[in-house]
Design a protein around this ligand. Structure first.
Ligand code: MN
Length: 327
C-alpha cells in the first residue's frame, strides 16, 4: 500500500498549471473507471481554460456513451498528438497502452499518471498512485478536494460511475468506508444513483443479452464446484451480432452460484488468441495466476492473453487454480 503525500498532489497541480494543451488517455478496452476519470479530468481541465484532447486506444463501449458530450477520438494512423502534458489514468503499464506506447517512449513531454494498480512500469514524471483506492476515481476526487477545483454534477456523475463500476455496484470486497464516504459526497454534489443504475445495468442491447445467454450455456463447474468456467467463441459473437466490448462484467454472472470461489471467462479473439479474465472471491490470488503467463491485475480480478486452442488455455488455468486451492 502506498500513501500519497500532499506533496504529490502539489506536484501534479504544478504540472497542470503550467500546461496549456493536455492529452488525456487511459488503458485499452476502457472500463467505467477509465471512462469516468477521463470525463471528470477533461471537464476539470476545460473549466481551467486548457485545451484537452481525449484519446481512447479502443472503441468506447456503448453503455458509457452517456458520460460523454461527444464521442472521444479513437487512436489511428491519422491521430496527431500536439500537447505539453500527457495525463494517463487507470493504468501505468506500456502493454495496456498499445499504439500509444511507442509514442510515449519517444516523447519528451511531462507525464502525469493517476492509477490504483499494483502492476507498474513507472511511466509518469509525477505519479498519483494509491493501490488501496477501490477505483482511480477516488484519487481523482482527492485531487479535486485538495485543489478546490469545482465538482460539477457532470464531474460527480462521472466519478460515481467510475467508483460504482470498479466496485461492482458496491458489492466487491474493495468497497470500503472511503468508497462510500466519497460517494455520499458525490451524491451531495448532484449525483442521481437510481438514474445511473438504470443507465449502467438496465440498458443492455438485445445483442449483448444474446451474447450473455450464449456464455451462460457454456458454464462448467470444476474442483467441487469452487471453480467455474465459461467461454465465448468468435461464432458466438457473430450469432449474437455482438462486439468484444459487450463482454464487460458478464464474467460476474456465475458468481451467483453459492459454491463458486473463482471464475474464469475465456474469450476467443479474432487473431485466435484467448483472453482469459479471472475473478476471485478471495480463495485464490488470481493476479498471481495471470502474472504466471504474462498478465496482470488485482488479487480479486485479473486477466491474461493465452494461446489457443481454447481447451489448452482452459487446462492451463485450471491447473493453476487447483494449485492455489491446495495451498
Ligand atoms: Mn480502475
Amino acid at each position: 500500500m502506498i500513501f500519497m503525500a500532499d506533496n504529490d498532489f502539489q506536484k501534479a497541480v504544478e504540472l497542470i498549471n503550467k500546461s496549456g494543451n493536455v492529452l488525456l488517455t487511459t488503458h485499452i478496452k476502457p472500463d467505467g473507471d477509465a471512462c469516468g476519470c477521463v470525463v471528470a479530468i477533461s471537464e476539470t481541465l476545460i473549466a481551467l481554460g486548457k485545451n484537452v484532447k481525449t484519446l481512447l486506444l479502443s472503441e468506447l463501449p456503448q453503455w458509457y456513451e452517456f458520460l460523454f458530450e461527444q464521442k472521444p477520438e479513437v487512436v489511428s494512423e491519422k491521430t496527431s498528438i500536439d500537447c505539453d502534458l500527457i495525463i494517463i489514468v487507470d493504468t501505468n503499464t506500456y502493454n495496456q497502452l498499445p499504439k500509444f506506447d511507442e509514442y510515449l517512449k519517444r516523447s519528451d513531454k511531462p507525464i502525469l499518471v493517476i492509477d490504483h494498480h499494483v502492476t507498474t512500469n513507472g511511466l509518469g514524471n509525477v505519479e498519483l498512485i494509491d493501490t488501496s483506492a477501490a477505483a482511480t476515481a477516488l484519487i481523482v476526487f482527492d485531487l479535486l478536494k485538495y485543489t478546490g477545483w469545482p465538482i460539477t454534477t457532470k464531474i460527480s456523475t462521472a466519478l460515481f460511475v467510475a467508483i460504482a463500476t470498479d466496485t461492482g455496484w458496491f458489492r466487491f470486497s474493495n468497497t470500503d468506508s472511503r468508497t462510500l464516504k466519497t460517494c455520499a459526497e458525490l451524491i451531495d454534489a448532484g449525483v442521481n444513483p437510481t438514474e445511473i443504475y438504470h443507465d449502467l445495468y438496465q440498458n443492455f442491447s438485445h445483442q449483448r443479452f444474446k451474447l450473455m445467454t450464449a456464455m451462460l450455456n457454456t458454464l462448467e463447474l470444476h474442483l467441487d464446484g469452487r471453480y467455474a468456467t465459461q467461454h465465448l467463441s468468435q461464432q458466438d459473437f457473430k450469432r449474437a451480432g455482438a462486439e468484444y466490448s459487450d463482454t464487460e462484467n458478464l464474467i460476474n454472472e456465475c458468481q451467483r452460484i453459492g459454491s463458486v470461489e473463482v471464475v474464469a471467462l475465456f474469450v476467443e479473439l479474432a487473431d485466435g488468441r484467448i483472453k482469459c479474465s479471472l475473478r476471485s472471491s478471495g480463495a485464490a490470488d488470481v493476479r498471481k495466476i495471470a502474472a504466471k503467463f504474462g498478465g496482470g491485475g488485482h488479487t480479486m480480478a485479473a486477466a491474461v492473453y493465452l494461446n489457443g486452442p481454447l481447451e489448452d488455455a482452459k487446462q492451463l488455468i485450471k491447473t493453476e487454480v487447483e494449485k492455489q486451492f491446495l495451498n
